[in-house]
Design a protein around this ligand. Sequence first.
Ligand code: GRF
Length: 212
Amino acid sequence: MKNIVVLISGNGSNLQAIIDACKQKKINATIRAVFSNKAEAFGLERAREAGIPAHVLTADLFASREAFDRELMQEIDAYAPDVVVLAGYMRILSPAFVEHFAGRLLNIHPSLLPKYPGLHTHRQALENGDTEHGTSVHFVTDELDGGPVILQAKVPVFAGDTEDDVTARVQTQEHAIYPLVVSWLIEGRLVMRDNSAWLDGVRLPPQGHAYE
Ligand code: GRF
């Protein structure tokens, strides 16, 4: 059985989607542990509820980002993960961390990358009058929200939408596409090579596979 470790900072609804997909055998792997950099993250409750070891590691105990990431890396390695999933993990990763897990480190970002890297993506989509928005699952590289995109899902933006409306619409898509991509990586169908994502031996276009 393959091993997954999930990193969170908050609500953990994407973690929940992955927990559920493992239970339903849509992902053929075990979530061995969940780590949060926030003690109050609700996702820790979700992990405990599912019987998954839930750990908190807060940055204030460390002198530098590198020291924090070194400790986190060691604790993650103890679970021998085949895949490390960032699910709303709100911390910049050090280059050493990214390099150590390269090719098995995934993130989900709530925009149609390369549009809107960084924070407040839903607000930006609304402010710019976009009629289309979405979410992207990508391999993590040193460039913030800039690694090869694997899968994107689009959602419409309607006149009068609030940020909450858009967030909810995007999250529904996230809960469908993130478990799917995790299952591809677990099954060995997905690899990162030459700064691209490859699925079943085919190089994916820069914006990944479209989820229809
Ligand atoms: C998601 O919208 C994800 O795209 C972003 O952070 C959010 C996390 O939500 N990276 P949750 O904690 O999984 O509910």
